[in-house]
Design a protein around this ligand. Structure first.
Ligand code: CP
Length: 313
């Protein structure tokens, strides 16, 4: 366990302010926890007596279940507030929800919210630690960490890799957090998507190369990350049609052939099969999509452990 170095963060709200050393500490700690999930008895006593509160205002399969499993495998007590059946539905504000839940003394809140900045707000209102499990279009830091863990396991390193991130960049908190993290390690990051789905100034803001065709991004790539078309966030006609999008920007076998022969294929999920990625690529030999899911538990165990087990007081 890489716990000799005190972890210098109280919260994980975004990866801004996290150094390469901090990220490496999370990944090394996740490496130590990885085998716990493959044991016959998948539990360690590390966070016994701690309480983890999951507060998901948006739907989730992977993030929610892996945080819950991570907390349980560390022996923490877990509470899952189902927002759909809570007093939020009666109009209770986020402020009052924070005050109410704070009175029950959780040690850490894991929050997903449609509003960018909601986890920062909660961190100001509550005394406990806070982890951002995805806020609006802003950040999804644990997704970027588990992606980095998956890349490092498959490629042996993060340094010097060409990474292609394809699709709906504009609505993607995953793209933003990944660009931030990958640039810390000097990756050559290329993002590609329709002009309507790549924000202006994205290249300058994240120090990456932007393309409006996927082919130049894919050429010689070591890592190919396809992103979900976020139909629920498409507020206007930003795409001619999903069929047209798939034809021009979708990841199929032919396009994947432009990348390195040993390139890995990633997707944060959930996938729109046949839209941003073809099923034979998603399920093909280069796909590490289920590795990402497995990495999610170990990485979130590491985050909970570092923030709760040895974070600053
Ligand atoms: N990647 C991700 O955040 O998936 P969920 O929405 O299922 O949690």
């Amino acid at each position: 366990m890489s716990d000799e170095r005190p972890f210098p963060h109280r919260h994980l709200l975004t990866l801004d302010g996290y150094s390469r050393e901090d990220v490496t500490q999370v990944l090394d700690t996740a490496e130590a926890f990885f085998e716990v999930s493959r044991r016959p008895v998948r539990k360690v006593p590390t966070l016994r007596g701690k309480t983890v509160l999951h507060l998901f205002y948006e739907d989730s399969t992977r993030t929610r279940t892996s945080f819950e499993l991570a907390a349980k495998r560390l022996s923490a007590d877990t509470l899952n507030l189902s927002v759909k059946t809570s007093s939020v539905k009666k109009g209770e504000s986020l402020n009052d929800t924070c005050r109410t839940l704070g009175a029950m003394h959780p040690d850490i809140v894991v929050i997903r919210h449609a509003a960018s900045g909601a986890p920062h707000y909660v961190a100001k209102k509550m005394e406990c630690r806070v982890v951002n499990a995805g806020d609006g279009m802003h950040a999804h830091p644990t997704q970027a960490l588990l992606d980095a863990f998956t890349i490092r396991r498959n490629k042996g390193t993060l340094e010097g890799l060409k990474v292609a991130i394809l699709g709906d960049i504009a609505h993607s908190r995953v793209a933003r957090s990944n660009c931030r993290l990958l640039r810390l390690f000097g990756c050559d990051v290329h993002v590609a998507g329709p002009r309507t789905l790549v924000p202006k100034h994205f290249a300058e803001a994240f120090d990456v190369t932007v393309h409006d065709r996927v082919e130049p991004a894919l050429e010689g790539a070591d890592v190919v990350m396809a992103l979900r078309i976020q139909r629920e966030r498409l507020s206007e006609a930003l795409l001619p049609s999903l069929r047209e999008y798939s034809r021009l920007f979708g990841l199929d076998r032919e396009r994947l052939g432009l990348a390195e022969e040993d390139a890995i294929v990633m997707h944060p999920g959930p996938m729109n099969r046949g839209v941003e990625i073809q099923p034979d690529v998603a399920d093909g030999p280069q796909s590490v999509i289920l590795d990402q899911v497995e990495a999610g538990v170990a990485t979130r165990m590491a985050v909970l452990y570092l923030l709760l087990g040895q974070g600053e007081g």
